[in-house]
Design a protein around this ligand. Structure first.
Ligand code: SF4
Length: 307
């Protein structure tokens, strides 16, 4: 069995096409515990950057993956938490760039952009996708539940500074949560702040997958439409993504490796297994339901599985 510890997928990204994921941090390390987080509540709250893994171990896996000669649209550094907490992120990006011309994206919550060391690391990426959900301390604490006494204005100044320095593509993602940041007044305030940031694209997301807190609801379609109008962004709240794949030959292990980092709903798992010509789909669903390491969440009338 071909099993990668840091690489997963490819998974379909609604913004970037088919994406090979690379996770440089252990499960559940983040400096936020967002109410909408699709990974559940953060287990390890920290704001300290650490060398969780050797760059060479991740690079060795990537070299093995390259030998498989698979095609993807993008390589995405995305954690089972927050990837900028990886102290060797800059070195990892440099080493990856030596091996491939595939664009490399980093998905981040943007909390550490006020630190020069983090901005310097991220300059080696082709695309950086920071999230930005609040316009003041009160909403920031309510939505993102940041580590310790993190200050919203510092996070915003970090984003602004990074946008001036970064030469690649800066794509901002806003997660709209009903009743938290989706009123006309809040959206106008967001727009006013983002006007000070030099970004290339804005994506408007909603909690389409089961959130950490059951009270983090999706706004209505009308509200999403109003938000795209005010912010000038693109809404990416589609329900089902096809195109998940994995180089792991065992069907069950392949699913587990994906849902540890990227939850899949029952339709996505079924379509993933059908494409792989799996003959015991029901058995796999039974195993998933009985596996203590896997959480099965009923959300919006169907099941979502996360590791
Ligand atoms: S959504 Fe991202 S930033 Fe927020 S808690 Fe989850 S991993 Fe951390």
């Amino acid at each position: 069995m071909n099993y990668f510890k840091h690489l997963f997928g490819p998974v379909p990204s609604r913004r970037m096409g088919l994406s090979l994921g690379i996770s440089p941090i252990p499960e559940g390390y983040c400096n936020y515990s967002c109410i909408y987080c699709q990974l559940g509540r953060t287990d390890h709250m920290t704001n300290t950057r650490q060398s969780f893994f050797e760059v060479s171990d991740i690079i060795n896996e990537f070299k093995q993956w390259l030998r498989l000669k698979k095609e993807v649209d993008v390589i995405t550094i995305v954690g089972e938490g927050e990837p900028t907490l990886y102290k060797n992120l800059g070195q990892l990006l440099i080493e990856l760039k030596k091996l491939t011309n595939i664009p490399i994206a980093v998905i981040t919550n943007g909390a550490l952009l006020s630190e020069k060391e983090v901005r310097d690391d991220l300059k080696y990426a082709d695309i950086v996708l920071p999230s930005f959900d609040a316009t003041n301390d009160e909403d920031f604490i309510k939505i993102n539940r940041s580590y310790g006494k993190m200050d919203f204005s510092k996070v915003f100044e970090g984003l602004k500074q990074f946008s001036k320095e970064f030469k690649g593509q800066l794509w901002i993602e806003i997660m709209l949560v009903k009743g938290y940041n989706d009123s006309e007044e809040k959206l106008i305030a967001l727009k006013d702040l983002l006007d000070q940031v030099e970004y290339d694209r804005i994506f408007i997301n909603t909690p389409v997958r089961p959130p950490a807190e059951s009270y983090a609801h999706e706004p209505s379609d009308e509200t999403i439409e109003m938000a795209t109008g005010i912010l000038g962004g693109v809404a990416i709240n589609h329900l089902i993504s096809n195109g998940f794949s994995s180089d792991i030959t065992d069907d069950y292990e392949a699913i587990v490796s994906i849902i540890k980092r990227h939850p899949m709903n029952q339709f996505e798992i079924k379509s993933f297994l059908e494409i792989r010509l799996c003959e015991n789909i029901n058995e796999i669903f039974n195993r998933l339901s009985q596996d203590e390491k896997i959480e099965v969440v009923e959300y919006k009338g169907y099941k979502t599985y996360r590791g």
